[in-house]
Design a protein around this ligand. Structure first.
Ligand code: DGL
Length: 272
């Protein structure tokens, strides 16, 4: 099974998938060389999602988890029509947040691309009648996690600037609308204490994947030992190795991979 993100954020989803489906062989691709997607144009995101999806299918992936809210928002409909395997995307947990919030004020932290997408706007419209959503683009946060920075003073200051207005407006719930942000869980708690309940959808995604595998008869047979995921990165992979060791307790090699696509070919020839 393939799990893909613009970078390291999808590891938070991979962790939930491994817990729910320990016997599934997993291949993780981080497109870290081209992260953050949140600062890219829509065509670039579709192009990369399609190329990485095809690369994973060619390596035998039987399903694909697009463990990136930004890629899901911009490209899942397009890619789903063109790949022959089941696709599972992620979206900000607006629905569970609306159900949880007592003050009826909810903060949403996500990339600018996710927040301006039609898919997200439609989701918000469904729940905005009796709940106020304060949507904040998390500029700089993906880059911090990609550097394995989850607690520097600069990061804390950036994060405080995003969270304080939500707290001042009475928010009691925070949606982590980007799979990189669960790595900032501790930093968020140290700023907001228990004033914000955090909504992260990785466990729900793992459950949805489980349902899809059962629906298509694709579940792996139980094996004596759980297989270790294979990790690939389009960058050097060092941060990914560090986060996989800290977050998943897996100390493993991250293989560098080049996955060409229409848009990156032109970028590379511009750089040459
Ligand atoms: N993890 C991605 C997401 O869930 C980050 C996108 C980016 O690279 O900006 O949106």
């Amino acid at each position: 099974m393939g799990v893909f993100d613009s970078g390291l954020g999808g590891l938070s989803v991979l962790r939930a998938v491994r817990t729910a489906l320990p016997h599934e062989p997993l291949v993780y691709v981080a497109d870290s060389r081209y992260a953050p997607y949140g600062e890219r144009d829509d065509d670039f995101i579709v192009d990369r999602t399609m190329a990485i999806g095809q690369w994973l299918v060619a390596r035998g992936a039987k399903a694909l988890v697009v463990a990136c809210n930004t890629a899901t928002a911009q490209s899942i409909a397009f890619v789903r029509e063109r790949l022959s395997i089941p696709l599972i995307g992620v979206e900000p947990g607006v629905k569970p947040a609306a159900a949880l919030s007592k003050t009826r004020v909810v903060g949403v932290l996500a990339t600018a691309v996710t927040l301006r997408s039609l898919r997200f706007q439609a989701l918000l419209d469904r729940y905005a009648a009796d709940c106020r959503f304060i949507c904040q683009p998390g500029h700089g946060l993906v880059q911090a996690v990609e550097r394995c920075d989850t607690r520097s003073p600069e990061l804390m200051a950036l994060l405080s600037g995003y969270l304080q207005p939500m707290l001042d407006a009475g928010a009691d719930t925070l949606v982590l609308g980007c799979t990189h942000y669960p790595f900032l869980d501790e930093a968020i708690r140290s700023i907001a204490g228990d004033r914000l309940q955090i909504v992260d959808t990785s466990v729900a995604i793992a459950r949805q994947l489980e349902r899809q595998l059962d629906l298509h008869g694709l579940r792996a047979a139980p094996s004596a030992s759980a297989p270790l995921p294979l990790f690939y990165s389009t960058a050097d992979g060092e941060s990914q190795r560090q986060l996989a060791a800290t977050l998943l307790g897996i100390d493993t090699r991250v293989q560098h991979v080049v996955i060409p696509s229409r848009r990156t070919q032109s970028l590379e020839s511009d750089a040459a």
